[in-house]
Design a binder for this molecule. Sequence first.
Ligand code: ZN
Ligand code: ZN
Length: 375
Amino acid sequence: MAERADRLEAAVHAAQLDAVLITDATNVRYVTGFTGSSGLALVGDGGLRRFVTDFRYLTQSAEQLDPVWERQIDQDLLEKLAAGLPEGPFRLGFDDAAMSVKEHARLAGLVAGEVDLVAAGGMVETLRMVKDPAELERIRAAQRLADEALEDVLSRGLAGRTERAVALDLELTMRRLGADGTAFAPIVAAGPHGALPHAVPRDVVIPGGTLCVIDWGAQLNGYASDCTRTFATSADVTPHDRDVYAIVLRAQRAALAAVAPGPLGREVDAVARQIIEAAGHAEHFGHGLGHGVGLDVHEGPWLRRQGEVALAAGHVVTIEPGVYVPSEVGVRIEDLVVVTEDGHEVLTGLSKELLTAPRFEGQPSTTASMSTELD
Ligand code: ZN
Ligand code: ZN
């Protein structure tokens, strides 16, 4: 953990800053190990390591922070932090992606005359892209748990339950298996509703004879997983829908094969996009191919048309092309992948063939009566 602050100090130096102020809670956690909701960290030249939190986290911060950090407790974090800065000249980087305009104005008023505030967002996020072995183990465990949860939920059936009932079952099952929580609210979207990439599960019974998109992830020991599978809700899926599925699967496999150190995010995106465009669905794939996953379920590097970061060993990314035909059907297939020295390792353990999910054999219920259904 102390090594992360050292790497950040090197980045601070390279950016010709004297120090950087970390305000985003996830970045604070990454750099210091502190998991509370209120904390500021300052990392700078010459081993400067300051951390400010409030009284509620007196004990927790003492337990979680390495002794290299000078720890301070105060009700006004920003004032305390500013009071300890040198008189200047001092170039202080701040996170222009995380700090509000209001907080920035306040900080500017608190620092002494010769302290320059310099926009320096993204420094910690850049470090976070490359995962260390302990982080990879946590992400792997989160994905394993999510795989297991889905298989458990599917064994109870898909068609015949409402989208909301399946989504809630997934949430509860992940928690029961030990997840801290969900990485995001699960998506369960059947038939034409699946054509909405970020569909919200409805109190509508999932019918047979169609496709159902399920996108879910677990949060475990701070780290997220992310996966999407699309299932047939009975064996009599139309040839058209099977066709769409086959196109997405082909695009997904081709893009996955391109995952290795070297290519830019946009180059891997293009592999899938060309296949989907050639199949006549150019306008039906409107989102990026994938994103990084770590402490946040959506983080860098981004695999999309504007993705200028080259993949490197230790990156964890999703490969998730989709085809969304409005008012008809949607298909998305998403794997979680680690970039390794000589290629990649897929963390998702579930099949990508078009599988038919069993039918739910009980009374369709709304979420209001879910508890009895689960007993
Ligand atoms: Zn997803
Ligand atoms: Zn995703």
